[in-house]
Design a protein around this ligand. Structure first.
Ligand SMILES: [Cu+2]
Length: 114
C-alpha cells in the first residue's frame, strides 16, 4: 500500500529533478565578443572578406604610408575618419557590411555575420 505511494513520489521527485537540471543547462554561457583585425596595407584591406559573429569588434589598422578610410558602400550608414598611417578605428558589427575606402574607391572589403 505505502510502497506504491512512495514509488509515485519517487517518480515525481525524479521527474522534477530532471526538469530542473534541463532548466539549469538551458542557460548556456553568453557569447563573449571577439576582436578581429583588418590591416590596411599596400592599398588593400587584409583580409578583404572577414567572417565574424554578431557583436564582434573589428579594428581597422592603417599600416600603409598614405591616408585611408573605411566607408560603408552605400556611403550612408557609417564612415570612419580619414586614418593617418599608424592610426586605427574600430566598430562593432551586428549585420553584414560592405565597405570601401572613399579616398581610393578601388579598395573594397566585406564583413559577414555568421
Ligand atoms: Cu585608401
Amino acid at each position: 500500500m505505502n510502497h506504491a505511494r512512495i514509488t509515485i513520489r519517487y517518480s515525481l521527485f525524479m521527474s522534477f529533478l530532471v526538469l530542473f537540471l534541463l532548466y539549469l543547462t538551458s542557460f548556456s554561457a553568453p557569447y563573449k565578443p571577439a576582436t578581429h583585425t583588418v590591416e590596411i596595407s599596400q592599398m588593400k584591406f587584409k583580409p578583404a572578406a572577414l567572417d565574424v559573429k554578431k557583436g564582434d569588434k573589428v579594428v581597422f589598422i592603417n599600416k600603409d604610408i598614405v591616408f585611408h578610410d573605411v566607408t560603408e558602400t552605400s556611403g550612408k550608414s557609417w564612415k570612419s575618419p580619414a586614418l593617418a598611417p599608424g592610426k586605427s578605428w574600430s566598430m562593432v558589427v551586428t549585420q553584414n557590411q560592405s565597405y570601401y575606402c572613399s579616398i581610393h574607391p578601388v579598395m573594397k572589403g566585406s564583413i559577414t555575420v555568421k
